[in-house]
Design a protein around this ligand. Structure first.
Ligand code: BGC
Length: 538
């Protein structure tokens, strides 16, 4: 989740879903006030987990046969990442995965979402060999998880890709990337498919396309005015090209999985496959139908399955690529579940009939101005993440929206998390006593439970994230982890939230009020006595 997240959030889903699911009953009744959430408020079999991604935790950027990837190269350019941070060492999960699996296990979660580093497994993409050391690494991680009774949820592509593909043909700007992705996916299915049952092809294509090609904030840093001041790019068109290629790449990989892997593993081991969407909820800024329209456009509201929604075609015209009839056929219905990353709710204001600036009056933004503020009042308490506010009701609303729009397709909330405010972080003590994070999760979970009670088919919830990590352009000082990682020793130290999650999962009723400060004192002393350099120096 980043500032100015993209419009047209759900266009992917409209294309991917078929109408084979029927809408289930929805009472619409108002329920009682939220109460302290308990694990028993969730249905039997509901899965709780934690999420991470390869580049954000692994480090070992040139070890074990890994090649340079887009983030390695992007971080070298001064000013791209806050404080000059990078992921070269990160929190060193590559060398500490055994310890990290133990930590995951100690939380009591039943699932762990991780991603595969493309440049570790295929250093040159399709143009080189599979790297056996890379495959072995993930195989070991998966084995270790399973040994501990933890289900791996695998994201194939989470923002990082071999630089080779960028250099050769411009990566996601080119349709050639579809074939590269399918090749990568096939290697993953072949090597890990015997043990992995939950696959997610691409993490947040909607967010990535806009951050990288509209705002120019993510590699390859392409954009045009007024969205950003990049040396090259076209913010009005390129995000659409990228999204189109990602969508087709997903669909082709899903078809491959279904034709050659999923089926032969049935009936006992048949896995399922989905795609991850960045799902911000929008509310109208003003009590005005045109702002409600803007909120709908921002979350775009697809009615047709198998092609882009007509509204998008209307607003974007020939900038929006077309699908061939064959492509339409295999895109339609190409997911078994929706993986939902939800952090916040924002206001949307109409820019079709009202004056807006800063790019909000462009078609690529859905003619919607997005803000977290109304008449000087924030929509929720601000967090350490730009444009991200604490709005727990948004969890119920987004799930409800997806339920209705997509015929109650099975969903997993694959990311939900709280970034501590930097001010708080100035003191080590506050880093560990992350009671606001606990409050955040409890409140969001309470609204998720309500949505489920009202009939939404949500099957799991993953906290973002296990431990403080490389938060992309925000570097290491934006912290969402339940474990603090000491910048020099890289020791993992549980925050209060880790204790809360463990207590919540084991139903011992431990909550943030009961988790004692004393239990943290030992760890606190251990780190306070060391110099506090918040940035991992490379
Ligand atoms: C991304 C994560 C990221 C998180 C918090 C999500 O959009 O999938 O990789 O760390 O937001 O910024």
């Amino acid at each position: 989740m980043e500032a100015n997240t993209p419009r047209f959030y759900f266009v992917f889903l409209s294309l991917l879903l078929s109408s084979r699911f029927l809408v289930e009953g929805f009472s619409g009744e108002e329920e009682e006030e939220e109460k302290d959430i308990k694990i028993t408020d969730f249905p039997h079999g509901f899965v709780f987990g934690v999420s991470t991604s390869a580049y954000q935790i692994e480090g070992a950027y040139l070890e074990g046969g890994k090649s340079l990837n887009n983030w390695d190269v992007f971080s070298r350019i001064q000013g791209n990442i806050k404080h000059g941070d990078n992921g070269y060492i990160s929190v060193d999960d590559y060398h500490r995965y055994l310890e990290d699996t133990e930590i995951v296990h100690s939380l009591g979660v039943k699932a762990y979402r991780l991603s595969i580093s493309w440049s570790r497994v295929l250093p040159e993409g399709r143009f080189g060999q599979v790297n056996p050391a890379g495959v072995m690494f993930y195989s070991n991680v998966i084995d270790k998880l399973l040994l501990k009774g933890i289900e791996p949820f695998l994201t194939i592509h989470h923002h990082d890709l071999p630089q080779e593909l960028e250099d050769r043909y411009g990566a996601w700007l080119s349709p050639l990337m579809q074939e590269d992705f399918v090749h990568f996916a096939e290697i993953c299915f072949k090597n890990f498919g015997d043990r992995v049952k939950y696959w997610m092809t691409i993490n947040e294509p909607n967010l990535f396309a806009n951050l990288a090609y509209m705002d120019g904030k993510y590699p390859p840093g392409r954009c045009s005015l007024p969205f950003g001041n990049c040396s090259v790019g076209n913010s009005d068109i390129e995000p659409l090209t990228v999204m189109h290629n990602m969508l087709l790449a997903h669909a082709k990989a899903a078809k491959l999985y279904r034709d050659h892997f999923q089926a032969i593993r049935l009936p006992k081991q048949g896995g399922s496959i989905g795609i991850v969407v960045s799902a911000t909820m929008f509310e109208p800024l003003r009590d005005d139908p045109i702002d409600q329209e803007a909120a709908n456009r921002a979350s775009l509201d697809p009615l047709l399955f198998g092609d882009y929604p007509p509204e998008m075609r209307h607003y974007l015209g020939s900038n929006l690529p077309c699908f061939s009839p064959e492509e339409t056929k295999y895109i339609e219905g190409s997911i078994d579940f929706i993986a939902v990353n939800h952090y916040t709710t924002l206001y949307a204001k109409d820019c079709l009939h009202s004056n807006c600036t800063a790019g909000a009056d462009h078609a690529i933004k859905g003619y919607a101005y997005i803000t977290g503020e109304r008449d000087g009042v924030f929509i929720g308490e601000p967090t350490g993440m730009p444009e991200c506010y604490v709005v727990p009701r948004g969890m119920e609303n987004i799930v409800d929206y997806l339920k209705k729009r997509y015929h109650n397709m099975p969903m997993f909330v694959t990311e939900n998390g709280y970034a501590s405010l930097e001010l708080q972080d100035a003191q080590m003590k506050n880093l560990l006593h992350d009671s606001k994070r606990i409050e955040f999760h409890k409140a969001y979970l309470a609204f998720l439970a309500r949505a489920i009670r009202k009939g939404a088919d949500v099957r799991g919830y993953f906290v973002w994230t296990l431990m403080d990590d490389f938060e992309w352009i925000s570097g290491y000082r934006m912290r969402l982890g339940m474990y603090y990682v000491h910048p020099q020793t890289l020791n993992r130290i549980p925050k209060l939230s880790a204790q809360w999650y463990e207590g919540f999962l084991s139903s011992n009723g431990l909550n943030n009020k009961e988790a004692t400060n004393a239990s943290l004192l030992k760890d606190e002393n251990a780190i306070v006595s060391e110099p506090v350099n918040e940035t991992a120096e490379i």
